[in-house]
Structures are given as structure tokens and as C-alpha cells.
Design a protein around this ligand. Sequence first.
Ligand code: SAM
Ligand code: SF4
Length: 463
Amino acid sequence: MIDANTGFIDHSQILHVLENTSPPGGGEVAEILSHALEMKGISVDETERLLMVEDDELIDEICRTANQIKSEIYGQRLVLFAPLYVSNLCNNDCLYCAFRRTNTAISRRTLSQAEIRRETENLVSQGHKRVLLVSGEGLGESALDYSIKAIDTIYDVKVGNGEIRRININIAPLSVEGFRQLKDAKIGTYQLFQETYHHDTYRKMHRSGPKADYVNHLTAMDRAMEAGIDDVGVGVLFGLADYRFEVMALLQHVRHLEERFGVGPHTISIPRIEPAEGSDVSLSPPHAVDERDFRKIISILRVSVPYTGMILSTRETAKMRRAAFSLGISQVSAGSRTNPGGYSEDDSGAQFSLGDHRSLDEVIADIAGHGYIPSFCTGCYRLGRTGADFMDLAKPGLIQLYCLPNALTTFKEYLEDYATSQTRKAGEVLIEAQLANIPSDEVRQVTVENLREIEKGKRDLYL
Ligand code: SAM
Ligand code: SF4
């Protein structure tokens, strides 16, 4: 049923579950987890039951199952990207964000195309191949034109062997026609977070500006998909409302898109609120999520929607990020700055403070040292394997057949062109060991040849 205030998010159903569901016992949890191991996702009902679990040992059980599913479907790959903030002007008043209109504590700027080029050159010179273009919502009528120009500028940058091969984008929601223009500009994923699905909290947190309209924000993905954007990324800003409410509502959003478009979101982002300059809410979030509950959230999402990518940003510390990788995270940002101009200049005017300040090379060395394969792959998007086509591919075994070889070749490019000697040594050992996990002799052979070609200077080889 569609409600005028809350759209397709059924608040009374979720509140009913929260008030009337008792924590399940060990037997029931085991039954749900054995269903989850079939890797087809679990029912809404089963997810709700898992969210009620409070017993530490049972939470560990859920985490172990998530780890098993993550390893089976995604192997050891972790896709890397960096955000590129282009403007911190904003007409909205989101109480948790330093960019909000009423905050006088930060200086404001919108990057010129020349500045965007310089930022991109910096990212490419570090070894990045994927960026997330991020902007506040203060550019009014010119926002779409500006974003499209920014996309062209970023794709146009070449430094040595490097370039950006996929641009995902996190900007204000558009009309169907606006989204069509964005699609024509060749974006990868369109990302937008509902922040909180809890309507009362949403109203309190978004006091004015276009974002104050809950339903307009909620239905943005419908408009994006109507416009033909296959890959959309949803998310919750954890800390605003009860996380159990948020996860149930997020899954209602996923199911809504699946029912309407035959495919759910490509990614789910799970930011937790970080301290932001001039924001009291960010310093003491009303429903702060601790480490234990954060592990639980990631694991429950992994077992509920096994084929949807999950993104973790540098808001989290290195320690928390390592724990999260094993539970189901498939994409991470690295070496990030959250202020426009931050890769070329200082870090004033940032959106929030970061938990992980390491460089891309340090993050890669750490990831590789823990047995994960850093990947810069953009193959699916460039071969048109998006939306439902991607989901068909995203079956155990098949991912290993395409994504693992592409992870190894893009990682090899990084090692050849950008790595410190220490990272390079560790990376070569990892690539050698991981070749054995490619589940086809023929594909393994092609991959070995591609790795040799990269050593000789060829670039951008993918399956
Ligand atoms: N302005 C657009 C919007 O709000 O959707 C996109 C850009 S906004 C800078 C990107 C995201 O940053 C928001 O969706 C929000 O979840 C997140 N964010 C804002 N304040 C934050 C904070 N204090 N800590 C962590 N994430 C925050
Ligand atoms: Fe503006 Fe987005 Fe920050 Fe809200 S979250 S104040 S819309 S930049």
C-alpha cells in the first residue's frame, strides 16, 4: 500500500514487528542460517527474526554464515574507489552534515572544471580507476549541466598509463528526464541514501530544502530506473533511528525495486554518522550503532541479499574495516578526502572527519597482507553487464570466473605503475597464489597471458 507520507515503506508493519517479535532461540537461528547458505537470500520474515537476536554467540553465528556466503560468492576481492567532492554548497539543512545550509563553520566552494581536472589527475596518479562524484545540493538549475561537464572532464584525464574508467555519482535526485541525461553521460551507479527510512526522524533531521520531502527522496531510484539507469545504490546513515527499523525498511526498498524493475539495487552503502564540523547531532547521534551491532547489520544484509554489493567508506577505522571485509563488504574507498579540492590542497571545508587516513598504497598493502585482492575492475559496466544482466552473472562460480581474473589484471596494473616496492612484492605473491582459484583452466591460461602482456606494457585487458 502506498502512503502519502511514507510511500512504499510500510511503517506500521515494521513497528508491529519491533513491538511484538521476541528474540529467536538457537534452533530457529540455525534453521534460518541453513536456509541462507543456499545463497538465494532469505525471506523478509527471516531477516526480521535475525534482527531481533541479542545473544552474542548467536550474533557470532550470523557473522560466520555471512563470512561463508561472502567467500563463496565474492572470493577475496575488494573493489577500490575514491570519492571526488566537487561542491560543498547546499540548500538543504540535514542536521548531521557539515555542508548544510545553516552551518557557518565551514568555507564553501564549487570546483571549476580545471580544478576537477587537477583533483582527477591526483587520483589517477595514485592509481585510482574508479571515482564516486559527490556534491552538496547548492547548484540549483545548473547542477545537472555542471555534473555532466564534470563527468566529461574526469573521463578526459590521462596521466601516464592511467585514467578513470568508471564514475559513480552521489548527487541530488533528479526528474526522469534529468536521470536520462545523466545516463547518457555514461555514469556507472547512481547512489542516493535515504539516510533514515523512519518518517518522523526524517522530518526532524531534514528541516528545509528539497530533501525535506521524504517521498521525493525515496522514489528517486524509481525515477533513475525508469530513465534506464540499471545500477542504483541505496543506503542508510546509521545512527539516526533504530537500526532494526532501518534494515527492515531498507529491505522493503530493495524488494520494491525488485518487484517493479525485476532487479534490486546494485549496491548498499552503510555509513555510520561521523563527527562533522558544526553539527551537534553528528557528535551524539540519537541511535549510535556500536561495533557489535554494526557487525550484525553487515552480516544480516549479506545473508538477506547475497548478490548486492556492499560499500564501506573511510568513515570507518582500519580495524573496523578489516572486520567488515570478512562479513560481506565488497567495495571500499581508500585515500579519501571529503572536501572539494582535498586531493590537491588542504582539508578545510570537509563534510565529516575520517576514521581511516591511510594512503591508497598503505590500504592496498594492508588488504593484500590480509589475503584480499584489491580490484580496480570496471569490466562489467564497460561490457554492459549491468542491472539484471549483472545479477545473472553474480552467481557463485561465475563471479570467480570473470571478476577474479579482472581483479588480478587490474591489481597487476596497479603494482606495475604505482605500488611501492614493498607492496609490489607482496602483491606479486598474492596474484600467483590466487591464479589457482580461477575455476577454469582456459580462463586461467588467458589470465596468465594477460598478466604477461601487462608486464610488457599493455593496459586495460579484461574479460
Ligand atoms: N547531497 C547529496 C545527498 O545528501 O544525498 C549527496 C552528497 S552527501 C555529501 C553524501 C552522504 O554523506 C549523505 O547521503 C550522508 O549519508 C552522508 N553524510 C552526511 N553527513 C555525514 C556524517 N556526519 N557522517 C557520515 N556520513 C555523512
Ligand atoms: Fe546537503 Fe547532502 Fe549534506 Fe544534506 S547530506 S546537507 S543534502 S550535502
